[in-house]
Design a protein. Structure first.
Ligand SMILES: Nc1ncnc2c1ncn2[C@@H]1O[C@H](COP(=O)(O)OP(=O)(O)OP(=O)(O)O)[C@@H](O)[C@H]1O
Ligand SMILES: [Mg+2]
Lengths: 227, 314
């Protein structure tokens, strides 16, 4: 397995959010993680990214234990996250945002600009003056500049118009084809499940379901697809 | 951009009116020109002091009450090297800048980092405590004796109908060059862009692999080095004593808030404005403390623009 979270317990102060969560992503896979608001999806990604230290459990990436490593060290090992809210550098330009992604890799921007031609037209624009969809493209592009082997995304489609949602999902498909594995957290469960090889359902801090055809599962259809 | 230009135009008009008023009040063009020149030259040093403060505030969100004490350390380094080793005081920049950079790095890494994200009260107590520790250590080591460091080659220069000592001109030129260098570092280099990235979004910085803690320490160190450099540059102009930096710290805060918290161009513009205000204020209200007028202008500007001259509205 490329990434495995094993028995993770984590929370904030006295609040326990994850109760022994385990999940895995193999090389080249696109795995979806769905769940209701407050289930702990973002917390899971924060633990994997080294932004939140778990109180129990292990994070292993490519055979190396990452538990407790700081965020910047995790990124340099090839595990990157596009967080909720995007965390862009607002006053910096598009070009500067991308350059910061490449700070340690020296990755040229060509591939990202090919994936998102809109960014190429706006290299000198301040990131915080771009539309929501463009900002999401920049956030994904900036993450790709770190040359990841596994890309984790936290609700990339939230707040975007349908056309933009499609553009973002298309891009994810192409990123996966280029050999980068993806762990996708989504509210938009229908589209996420359609795109994913495999999926997990997270409820109240534990994985309650997993499989390759969750879109066909009766409980998932009722709870997450509104069918 | 247009708004910046119109604001600069407005500032120029206000400055012209203030200078004309000072002229009328003092009844002497020479006296007014002297005040303008002295004010601008000193304002350049204020700008460098404020630049360090605003950098630290903008990137680490720390209000640093130890900045003036770091500046005093720079003054002592220069005074000691100039009097004991007979060094040219300006050459001691090669010592004071790296020394204060190192002190800033260590202080951030081992003390200030513990209050990061903490309450304002915790930061205030810590940085004020560091200031008192430094001041009292200097008092212990060198007693309260004051020192002056004359520049052997100092000479009065005629500038724009007024007279300024070479040492004042050198302080101004040195401070402005260093402020310009910091500006270039921040805007033109990868490291500077990384520092601005950390200021904009520390979590985002961490998520692209930047070591935020290290960049915080480097930024604090760079800001402290600005204080050290300013200390060296003013040493020939002031009486060196353990509390010599305090006034600069207060004025530095005024400049930072006036220019806009975290704004580097604001620190430069604010420094020059406060330098001018202090000197011209002396003509409007002779016999009063120059700080009275400085604080008056400070309050007026903030009533007009609460975010400061170059700050972005909240
Ligand atoms: N920084 C924080 N401090 C305290 N509690 C937090 C913090 N972040 C999240 N929580 C709490 O942890 C729980 C799980 O939050 P998390 O953000 O992981 O959920 P989520 O599955 O991502 O939800 P959503 O779909 O709304 O984004 C929630 O109850 C939330 O209130
Ligand atoms: Mg979330």
């Amino acid at each position: 397995m490329m990434l495995s979270l094993d028995g993770i317990e984590a929370g904030y102060g006295g609040l326990r959010v994850l109760h022994g969560l385990s999940l895995e992503v193999a090389a080249g896979e696109l795995v979806a993680l769905v769940g209701a608001n407050g289930a702990g999806k973002s917390t899971t990604l924060r633990v994997a990214s080294g932004l939140l230290r778990p109180s129990a459990g292990r994070v292993v990436f490519d055979g190396e234990e990452l538990t407790g490593l700081p965020g910047h060290a995790v990124v340099r090992r090839g595990l990157v996250q596009v967080p909720e809210g995007r965390a862009l550098f607002g006053p910096l330009t598009v070009a500067e945002n991308l350059a910061m992604g490449a700070f340690h890799t020296g990755e040229p921007a060509d591939r990202v600009l090919e994936l998102f031609p809109r960014l190429a037209e706006r290299l000198d624009q301040r990131a915080d003056t771009m539309s929501g969809g463009e900002q999401q493209m920049l956030a994904i592009g900036r993450a790709l500049m770190t040359r990841p082997r596994l890309l984790m995304l936290d609700e990339p489609s939230v707040g975007l118009a349908p056309l933009m949602v499609r553009a973002v999902f298309d891009a994810l498909g192409r990123i996966r084809e280029s050999g980068v594995a993806i762990l996708l957290v989504e509210q938009n469960a229908a589209q996420a499940l359609a795109l994913a090889d495999r999926a997990y359902v997270l409820e109240n801090g534990v994985i309650t379901l997993s499989g390759t055809d969750l879109a066909g599962d009766e409980r998932v259809r009722r709870a997450y697809l509104g069918l | 951009m247009n708004r910046t230009i119109s604001r600069a135009g407005l500032a120029a008009v206000v400055a012209a009116a203030v200078i004309a008023g000072a002229w009328a009040r003092s009844g002497s063009g020479t006296v007014t020109a002297q005040a303008v020149l002295t004010g601008l030259l000193l304002g350049g040093v204020y700008a460098l002091v404020a630049m360090g403060l605003t950098l630290i505030f903008g990137v680490l969100d720390i209000v640093n009450f130890a900045h003036g004490a770091f500046m005093t350390l720079g003054m002592y380094a220069t005074a000691l090297l100039a009097s004991s080793a007979g060094l040219n005081p300006y050459l001691t920049l090669l010592v004071s800048v790296p020394l204060l950079f190192g002190v800033g790095y260590v202080v951030q890494r081992h003390m200030v980092s513990r209050t990061m994200g903490g309450s304002l009260a915790a930061q205030l107590l810590l940085t004020l405590g560091i200031a008192m520790l430094l001041e009292n250590s200097l008092l212990l080591a060198f007693s309260g004796d004051t020192r002056t460091v004359p520049v052997s080659f100092d000479t009065p220069l005629r500038v724009l109908g007024a007279v300024a000592d070479l040492s004042r001109v050198l302080a101004f030129v040195g401070a402005m060059s260093l402020a310009g260098a910091v500006w270039l570092l921040l805007t033109r280099t990868r490291l500077g862009t990384a520092i601005r990235a950390v200021a904009a979004n520390p979590e985002g910085a961490s998520l692209v692999g930047l070591d935020v803690r290290r960049l915080h320490a480097l930024t604090f160190a760079a800001g402290t080095a600005c204080a050290g450099a300013a200390g060296t540059l003013v040493t020939p102009l002031v009486t060196v004593e353990p509390t010599a930096g305090e006034l600069f710290n207060i004025i530095g805060f005024v400049v930072v808030v006036l220019g806009g918290l975290g704004s580097v161009p604001g620190a430069v513009a604010g420094g020059l404005i406060i330098g001018l205000t202090e000197q011209l204020g002396g003509l409007y209200l002779p016999g009063q403390s120059p700080l009275l007028v400085v604080f008056g202008v400070f309050v007026l500007v903030l009533l007009w623009r609460p975010q400061g001259l170059f700050g972005r509205p909240a």
